[in-house]
Design a protein around this ligand. Structure first.
Ligand code: FES
Ligand code: FES
Length: 173
């Protein structure tokens, strides 16, 4: 059966008619054309498909597109702005937290949700937040370091009353 859905992704409204068995990850990649979100296991184990939906990090292979009706979704494409990369992206690059990169989009989105809920996470908090994200390259130490550093940058920017992103921030690496 087909149903019409309205979803906001990265601030943009999408309206489509979809099969009710279509997974949200497939909607994001194949209908919305946002292929930064990866599909790994398709069974909820790897976390490559993690997005932020209504403020929570969720695995988009475990949700039907029709279940996201009316939701506000954020994907990795929404991280950077016209002023530059998000501090998480800058920090991942600076800390060599990306190897093959397959897990990276999902880990960035888990980290984004974490830092919004807990702006000053300990390494243990970060590891716990990433339990649903597998990095087959085993880059965990650098990933945790990168998220910790991004949290510092974001907090410092807020203290200075500045937007915590931008080309200036990118050049700091
Ligand atoms: S593709 Fe969704 S958890 Fe692996
Ligand atoms: S960087 Fe290769 S799977 Fe994580």
């Amino acid at each position: 059966m087909n149903r019409s859905i309205d979803i906001k992704i990265n601030g943009k409204n999408y309206s489509d008619v979809v099969e009710d068995r279509l997974l949200l990850v497939n909607y994001i990649r194949d209908v919305a054309g946002l292929t930064g979100t990866h599909m790994g296991c398709d069974t909820g184990h790897c976390g490559a498909c993690t997005i932020v939906m209504n403020g929570e990090a969720v695995k988009s292979c475990l949700i039907l597109a029709v279940q996201a009706e009316g939701a506000s979704v954020e994907t990795v494409e929404g991280l950077a702005s016209e002023t530059g990369l998000h501090p998480l992206q800058v920090s991942f690059r600076r800390n060599f937290a990306v190897q093959c990169g397959f897990c990276t989009a999902g880990i960035l989105m888990s980290a984004l949700a974490l830092l919004r809920n807990n702006p000053e996470p300990s390494p243990e908090d970060i590891s716990k937040a990433l339990t649903g994200n597998i990095c087959r390259c085993e880059g965990y130490p650098n990933i945790v370091k990168a998220i910790e550093e991004a949290s510092l940058v974001i907090r410092a920017s807020k203290d200075l009353g500045r937007e915590p992103r931008g080309k200036e921030n990118e050049k700091e690496g």
